[in-house]
Design a protein around this ligand. Structure first.
Ligand SMILES: C[S@@+](CC[C@H](N)C(=O)[O-])C[C@H]1O[C@@H](n2cnc3c(N)ncnc32)[C@H](O)[C@@H]1O
Length: 259
């Protein structure tokens, strides 16, 4: 794997160093959803995306498949999910069986930067909480745009700076966050119509996630005492990220349409 891809993979899962990558499936084993809000995605699809038996949905960086599986369950359509981590893809397949949607969910281990070149003609693409793995915001929007048909839809889970905040106040920062206005300008520039935004993070129970991750980090520290600082650092990054989403960032789910 390229060094840059590895670094972005680590950062997309709130890890500040690639040394944590082998431990991420263990640290995150108690969580199914890893970033985005499947309920908001479902609400937006229900409201705007015309569904037929031929509708095809792409889920880029699908993680353990929480969005794909709920989309298949709610709409009975085929969903194609891709993620770089084999452990997550394995778990996504198990979950699809558990929810009786394995015939509709097609999960594959692959790099998002490669599949955006080969997966095209979709009715809708989902990009949930995966940060900058496809590049800067403009590159990300253009790559996602390329995967859907004319008139197709793009759902993105992201975060932007709240009105009163600046990037200096963000504790866990992979990259500089844009403001909502900057994102809206980029949508225009990339030929994407903004349709609606839902504020996902407001009711989210970050405490629960932070506690289960901290418990797994403690187990790992006992097993690998030489790496305690690494695992403690991961727990701190999670705390910083959730504090940012409560204080200086606004977590959103957008639905956009390709013009
Ligand atoms: C924050 S998680 C979100 C997962 C899922 N969308 C969800 O909402 O639960 C980010 C995901 O991006 C995946 N990822 C990171 N880099 C990737 C890449 N280059 N190609 C595919 N997936 C990647 C990670 O493995 C991880 O599952």
């Amino acid at each position: 794997m390229k060094k840059e891809t590895e670094e972005k993979l680590a950062r997309a899962l709130t890890a500040e160093t690639t040394e944590l990558i082998p431990f991420l499936p263990y640290l995150l084993q108690d969580l199914w959803e890893l970033g985005s809000c499947p309920q908001d995605m479902i609400k937006l699809i229900k409201k705007y995306v015309p569904i037929s038996k031929d509708t095809k949905i792409l889920d880029i960086a699908c993680g353990k498949g929480p969005i794909s599986i709920r989309v298949a369950e709610n709409f009975g359509v085929n969903v194609y999910g891709f993620d770089l981590l084999p452990d997550f893809i394995k778990r996504a397949k198990e979950k699809a069986r558990e929810f009786n949607v394995e015939a509709l969910c097609h999960f594959t281990c692959a790099d998002a930067n490669e599949i955006v070149n080969t997966e095209t003609g979709y009715d809708c693409v989902i990009f949930g909480g995966a940060g900058d793995i496809l590049g800067n915001p403009q590159e990300t929007l253009n790559k996602l745009r390329g995967t859907v048909k004319q008139g197709g839809f793009i759902l993105i889970d992201e975060a932007y700076l709240s009105d009163s905040s600046s990037n200096d106040e963000v504790n866990y920062k992979n990259y500089d966050y844009l403001t909502q206005k900057q994102w809206m300008e980029l949508f225009d520039k990339c030929g994407l119509k903004f349709i609606e935004e839902l504020h996902s993070g407001e009711d989210y129970d970050f405490d629960h996630d932070n506690k289960v991750i901290a418990a797994r980090a403690e187990e790992l520290s006992k097993k690998h005492p030489d790496k305690k600082a690494l695992f403690d650092g991961y727990v701190q990054s999670q705390l910083n990220e959730s504090a940012d989403l409560e204080n200086s960032l606004v977590g959103v789910t957008w639905i956009l349409q390709k013009l």
